[in-house]
Design a protein around this ligand. Structure first.
Ligand code: PMV
Length: 327
């Protein structure tokens, strides 16, 4: 009997949220409580190769050569692979080899980019020809923020209303070249302590924060303004809203119980410096590495500041294009 074997390889960008995703209305399908908006990053990408083979007995995933545990596979890539197996109608396992062009443990959304690359590669390998919109829904089930890495430029993830998640997908709202002199300056610092995963952190916020309702109102009220600031390339307004949306997410995180916090002393120094500087805007994900948006002419000053704070590395990124197939 001839066993089927197909493979494909794809690259996908990391993304950083301006309007943050924090809190779910459905944890199985990763349906969010609010819509979010991100930019895809030019300098941070993940390359994933997938091989489906009827001879394989289970899914195996490696990231930069390190094999993930079966539990880690089940929680992320496995969810995506299960959906593809369903579409394909055959029980066919996969080997996935991912590599990042940045330290995968630095909290730079490597899982989002990795899942996005896996989704693009699987669609290609199995010849399914699903649309980007459909693929973003599959990526969302692997890891919420991954659905935004299916596109380049400025990406909106519509939270949707339906129970089954069919209207919770992403779309590109401005192209990668819409704002050419906008730059994300990312400071990489040595991790000081182990972080609580965003998956369990946002669940604890959803269950315990009484400020969450206010944040959802804030997001609802200012979403249009964020989009307008991008449309008109209003840097001052964009920076201000970027900082306020980061602060708003970290406020509900701090309001969670048991105690939760992703920022440290240095994060607060960065926040103070950037606000004072006036020509940049910071944002933090579920980790202490600052992303500082600024315009090209101010990149040097921002970089020097991060170095003076002890950054082990500063990554400078423009707005990038979406994922693509490489073989
Ligand atoms: O889908 P996850 O578990 O990667 O959630 C990511 C949440 C944040 O990165 C903190 C915010 C966001 O919108 O990306």
């Amino acid at each position: 009997v001839l066993e089927l074997r197909v493979e494909a390889e794809a690259v996908a960008p990391s993304n950083i949220a301006i309007v943050k995703y924090w809190g779910k209305r459905n944890t199985e399908l990763n349906l969010p409580l609010n819509s979010s908006l991100s930019v895809s990053l030019d300098s941070l990408w993940v390359r994933s190769k997938v091989i489906f083979d009827e001879g394989f007995e289970r899914d195996v995933v490696t990231i930069n050569g390190n094999k993930l545990s079966d539990g880690e596979v089940k929680d992320y890539a496995g969810k995506v692979l299960d959906i593809f197996r369903n579409f394909y109608g055959r029980r066919i396992y996969a080997r996935v080899e991912s590599s990042t062009n940045f330290p995968s443990s630095a909290g730079l959304a490597s899982s989002a980019a990795g899942i996005a690359a896996l989704v693009i590669a699987s669609n290609e390998a199995l010849g399914l020809n699903l649309s980007k919109r459909e693929l973003s829904k599959i990526a969302r089930i692997g890891s919420g923020s991954a659905c935004r890495s299916l596109f380049g430029g400025f990406v909106k993830w519509n939270k949707g209303e339906l129970e089954n998640g069919e209207d919770s997908f992403c779309e590109e709202i401005f192209t990668p070249d819409h704002w050419p002199n906008l730059v994300d300056v990312i400071g990489i610092f040595k991790e000081e302590r182990k972080k609580v995963s965003s998956r369990s952190g946002m669940q604890s916020t959803t269950l315990s924060s009484s400020l969450l309702k206010c944040r959802l109102e804030f997001v609802e009220r200012t979403f249009g303004e964020v989009i307008d600031s991008i449309r008109t390339r209003n840097a001052k307004l964009f920076f201000e809203l970027t900082m306020r949306h980061s602060n708003s997410m970290h406020a509900v995180i701090l309001d969670s119980w048991p105690p939760l916090n992703y920022l440290n002393d240095r994060s607060f120094r960065v926040m103070e410096w950037v606000a004072e500087f006036g020509r940049a805007g910071y944002t933090f994900d579920a980790g202490p590495n600052p992303h500082i948006f600024t315009l090209e002419e101010d990149v040097k000053e921002v970089t020097e500041f991060l170095e003076s704070e002890g950054a082990v590395k500063v990554i400078i990124s423009k707005i990038g294009k979406g994922p693509y197939i490489i073989s």
